[in-house]
Ligand binder design. Sequence first.
Ligand code: SF4
Ligand code: SF4
Length: 150
Amino acid sequence: MKRDPIDAFWRRKTLQELTPQEWESLCDGCGKCCLNKVIDDDTDDLYYTEVRCKLLDNKTCQCKQYQNRFDYVPDCVTITPENVAELDWLPNTCAYRRLYFGEDLPNWHYLIAGDKRKMHKKQKSVQGKTVCETGVKELQDHIVIWPLMD
Ligand code: SF4
Ligand code: SF4
């Protein structure tokens, strides 16, 4: 079912005004933020890789231990209204970054499209495209550009 109310909460509230539940619901579950990145020591340029965190499910794109994830991945990042401005490594498609920059959610976002099938179908998630970090030796051999494409 498609839903796109003009007065949807993410359109009438600032990021700081959102309830914790509203904030959490903005995440489309694309999984791109759970990919490993590499930074060029000389240029500081950041590159995405196809290498997923060991806790990310390649099919559902969900964290397998979301509530307890810091027990397994201490450097996982919690995105908040306070730090979203600094997290410039998030993909352009990320709902939090989009709203921070005053953009609307994309039409494939599940809060508009009704479910997550459109996101996966339009290749906006990492579904089926990743390899697990536990089997990877050199991250730089797995650099990809698709996570940064809108
Ligand atoms: S990139 Fe943004 S929208 Fe996608 S899973 Fe990560 S936090 Fe959620
Ligand atoms: S611990 Fe979970 S949320 Fe954090 S990067 Fe890994 S899969 Fe993503």
